[in-house]
Design a protein around this ligand. Structure first.
Ligand code: ADP
Length: 634
């Protein structure tokens, strides 16, 4: 029979796995048992809504069988099973995003060590087996199919016989070699230990025939000279306690157990940053186990990422990603919620409207915030790690829904401070404010360093005021959404009124503007539609020009919108500001007085180009700008 080839990706992964170091190989058992458990879950869930299914939850068990003589290890379940198509689709390729991510990570780090920490799925079988057969019968079908493979060179699928629905995964365990021993995977004691270690909380009984030495019972008629006698009995035992981790008391669970569960369940290979456990009583009773990941998954900031928590009702999984349990701003949280208050056969649509769900979601939101605040206060370094991964998400949260969540989120925000040369909270900024400081200042730009060089910044730092450096697109919107902090308004350093002027200052500025009117009008005429206005600047110190805006839309907003839509109609109304005290202004004045329109035009275009560059905006006509500079030098 012709062998089918694995997809190229799968082949690479297979190679990586087969060659991983020994101590990690044992996780194959956890992976196969977890698949058996998922298949049982699927059937149990189907039975809830389909009366024709006779199988009860209590019928479902996972069986492990050892045949030492033939070096065979079999993991059987009575779950949903697979038909021919499912076998090919599921076991012939690695389409799962988790595996792909794993592969990328592995190639980057070139570290086969991480394999043991990661859910690599069915393929893990090839770490210990040189031949794998999967005999499966889909629930509701009479046909059974046998999938077989020796590893990287492909697989076959043939028709077969199987008495009951479900799946048997049959491994032919590799022979022992000088460096590696595989026989322990055929030793029932060792297998028992592994099951206890990795699969204890699996909610179906994992059963295996084990051999045990036991002391014989003392016969009733035994005399005084009776000696204890040992016998070897073989019996089928349930090896796991079946108590899910979140049902155990917090004091009984170690950090390692919480972390291992997280990595296995959510396919991460790094420990989470934080674990939050809740056992709530009262209006709704539930248990929740929440995790804050250390890093953003590769697809986190894309549409592909799906938020949500696993929802269980008394230990039965009813929804894998219940989105309503998590607000968008905390969508990075992973975890499990279990509440007996949900009826098992509740439909997805109904779930969205239940009161219990809303109550739980509200409590979780508070708890997550409290945990983040705790990190911020007690473990700043960790929090800054969190911020690097998920800070943008919190900022989007501030802006979303017309700022509805800003009060919840504002204490969690960090910004780069011009004074601290590091990240600061808004509260800490406020504490450092001097009494005369009228506003909380912020400036937008590519980087903190670029911001420091902005012409508009000079007059604020001169006063000794601290500036929040906003380097993300969304920041300007965040500041606008926040509005103020306990009555202190946020203010962009580019706003003309960022520093209140005294009456004399105002008057002096007006006089200067009046005196330079000829220049301003000439420059405006030269630039035409490119700018809305040309003004004598009140915000510049040593610099000659800068670009500012009129109206609500700022340059940052315009840049942000252009990212999504090249021809976005959201355009800032540009204002070219000239410093009336600068030598450049004097030069312009000279040209205007001499009636040299050509020169005025050239200077105007050059200054406008400079203003664009300073604002990190592209030049509108690069060739012209370059030509003008050359002419100036010649
Ligand atoms: P994962 O379980 O993470 O999806 P695997 O590589 O372990 O990845 O398995 C791939 C798919 O094969 C599963 O999603 C499931 O659909 C199917 N599968 C694996 N084992 C079983 C089983 N024992 N019963 C039914 N389906 C299974």
């Amino acid at each position: 029979m012709a062998k089918k080839q694995f997809k190229a990706e799968s082949k690479r992964l297979l190679d990586l796995m087969v060659n991983s170091i020994y101590t990690h190989k044992e996780i194959f058992l956890r992976e196969l048992i977890s698949n058996a458990s998922d298949a049982s879950d699927k059937l149990a869930y189907k039975a809830l809504t389909d009366d024709s299914i006779q199988t009860k939850r209590s019928d479902l068990e996972i069986f492990v069988t050892v045949d030492q003589e033939h070096r065979m290890l079999t993991i059987s379940d009575r779950g949903i099973g697979m038909d021919k198509e499912a076998l090919e689709a599921n076991l012939g390729t690695i389409a799962r995003s988790g595996s792909l991510q794993f592969k990328q990570e592995m190639e980057e780090k070139r570290d086969t060590d991480i394999i043991g920490q990661f859910g690599v799925g069915f393929y893990a079988a090839f770490m210990v087996a040189d031949h794998v057969s999967v005999l499966s019968r889909a629930y509701g079908s009479e046909e059974a199919w046998l999938w077989q493979s020796d590893g990287a060179d492909g697989y076959t699928v043939t028709q077969a016989e199987k008495e009951a629905p479900g799946t048997d995964v049959i491994l032919h365990i590799k022979p022992d070699s000088e460096d590696e021993q595989y026989s322990p995977f055929l030793d029932s004691h060792h297998l028992q230990e592994l099951i206890k270690k990795y699969s204890d909380y699996i909610r179906y009984p994992i059963r295996m025939e084990v051999e045990e030495s036991r002391m014989k019972e003392k016969p009733a008629d035994a005399g005084d000279d009776w000696q204890p006698e040992w016998e070897t009995v073989r019996e089928v035992k349930t090896l796991n306690s079946m108590v899910p981790l979140w049902q155990r008391r917090k004091s009984e669970v170690t950090d390692e157990e919480y972390n291992a569960f997280y990595k296995e369940k959510f396919g991460d290979w790094e420990d989470p940053l934080s674990v939050v456990y809740m056992a709530a009583e009262g209006q709704v009773e539930y248990k929740a186990l929440l995790y804050i990941p250390a890093k953003a998954p590769y697809d986190f900031y894309t549409r592909d990422y799906e938020k949500g928590l696993q929802l269980y009702s008394s230990g039965v999984l009813i929804m894998d990603k219940c989105a309503d349990l998590l607000p968008d701003h905390f969508r990075f949280v992973r975890g499990v919620v279990d509440s007996a208050d949900f009826s098992l056969n509740i439909s997805r649509e109904m779930l969205q409207h239940t009161r219990q769900l809303k109550l739980i979601a509200g409590a979780l939101e508070k708890k997550i915030k409290a945990e983040l605040l705790r990190l911020l206060q007690e473990d700043r370094e960790k929090y800054e790690g969190f911020w690097a991964a998920f800070g943008s998400q919190l900022k989007y949260g501030v802006v979303a829904d017309y700022g509805r969540h800003k009060d919840l989120l504002k204490d969690l925000l960090l910004f780069w401070s011009s004074k601290e040369e590091g990240l600061t909270t808004l509260a800490a900024y406020k504490d450092r404010m001097t009494e005369d400081q009228p506003f909380i200042y912020y400036a937008c730009g590519e980087s903190a360093q670029r911001i420091r060089q902005l012409p508009q910044v000079e007059r604020i730092t001169e006063k000794g005021y601290e500036i929040l450096c906003c380097t993300e697109d969304v920041d300007d919107f965040v500041m606008k959404a926040l509005g103020d902090l306990d009555g202190k308004p946020f203010k962009s350093v580019s706003d003309e009124d960022a520093l209140p002027q005294s009456e004399e200052e105002k008057k002096a500025a007006e006089e200067k503007a009046e005196a330079g009117k000829g220049v301003l009008e000439a420059v405006k005429a030269a630039l035409g539609d490119r700018v809305k206005d040309v003004r004598a600047s009140a915000i510049l110190r040593s610099a000659a020009v800068c670009l500012s805006t009129d109206g609500y839309v700022t340059l940052e907003m315009e840049k942000y919108m252009r990212k999504f839509e090249k021809d976005s109609p959201m355009k800032a109304e540009r204002v070219l500001e000239l410093n009336p005290d600068s030598p450049v202004f004097a030069a312009l004045q000279g040209a205007v007085d001499a009636g040299d329109t050509e020169k005025v035009e050239k200077y105007a275009k050059l200054l406008y180009g400079q203003a664009l560059l300073l604002a990190d905006l592209p030049l509108e006509d690069v060739a012209e700008y370059s030509r003008l500079i050359c002419e100036l030098m010649a």
